[in-house]
Design a binder for this molecule. Structure first.
Ligand code: TYD
Length: 230
């Protein structure tokens, strides 16, 4: 977890999540956004799910190795939830309450898309787990990076080189198409929280779209609580 530092922004920090399918470029964009916030003297941390805290990183290892799949969809979802519970309690909430902004690579929309839509885990179970792990903690802003499946899979393959695909990268094209659709539906269903970004463009263009949305949605609030970055 890298911390970009300098000055504490007033009040509670903002919680910003990045979502999308394989090879959508989330990590590059989170890094760029963290650097931009740092440049305007805002304190932010970058973190990820599954993982982001020592306990959750152990569970990450378990689920990405494919072990969780052997337990069945519901139990695998419980593993993601256990990881999230630790991460939220030990990293995300403490940072936000100190006025630090949190940029998180994947969060509960990943569970909704991967385990819910694709794994067919029931909405009742997902809701129950969200009550326990997240409670009232909703992201202030969620970027959903949308990229055609063929491009995303090519990027993911190029990134891993000769390494083996992980549990979800190994799924087929149909899975990734449904995943993209699931994310697009989440974006359409919650337009106040979510911004769908065309991530097939070059990284600089995508970063510019993200910064524009940040300015419009988080910096230009009427509360007087907002920072005023360059
Ligand atoms: P990761 O290597 O971080 O992939 P990516 O770069 O695509 O984010 O692996 C995380 C994988 O875990 C990814 O395939 C999505 C999956 N996942 C879920 O299925 N449910 C979840 O709740 C989360 C947070 C991730």
């Amino acid at each position: 977890m890298a911390e970009t530092a300098v000055k504490r922004s007033p009040g509670r920090g903002r919680f910003i999540t990045f979502e999308g399918g394989e090879g959508s470029g989330k990590s590059t964009q989170i890094k760029t956004l963290a650097e931009r916030l740092d440049a305007v003297k805002m304190r932010a941390i970058v973190t990820r799910e599954p993982g982001g805290s020592p306990g959750a990183e152990i569970i990450r290892h378990l689920v990405l190795s494919g072990m969780g799949k052997l337990l069945g969809a519901d139990a695998e979802t419980l593993l993601f939830a256990a990881a999230r519970d630790d991460h939220v309690r030990t990293v995300i909430r403490p940072a936000l309450s100190q006025g630090i902004w949190v940029l998180c690579d994947r969060f509960s929309d990943s569970t909704r898309a991967y385990q819910g839509r694709l794994g067919k885990v029931s909405p009742e179970l997902l809701n129950a787990m969200e009550r326990v792990t997240i409670g009232d903690l909703k992201p202030d802003l969620t970027f959903i990076l949308d990229v055609p499946v063929e491009i995303g899979m090519q990027r993911a393959a190029a990134r891993r080189g000769s390494g083996a695909p992980d549990r979800f990268e190994a799924e087929d094209v149909k899975f990734h198409r449904q995943l993209r659709e699931a994310y697009r539906q989440i974006a359409a269903g919650e337009p106040r929280r979510c911004v769908l970004i065309d991530a097939s463009a070059d990284p600089g263009t995508v970063a510019a779209m993200i910064w524009t949305a940040m300015r419009e949605r988080l910096f230009a609030t009427k509360t007087g609580n907002a920072v005023n970055p360059a």
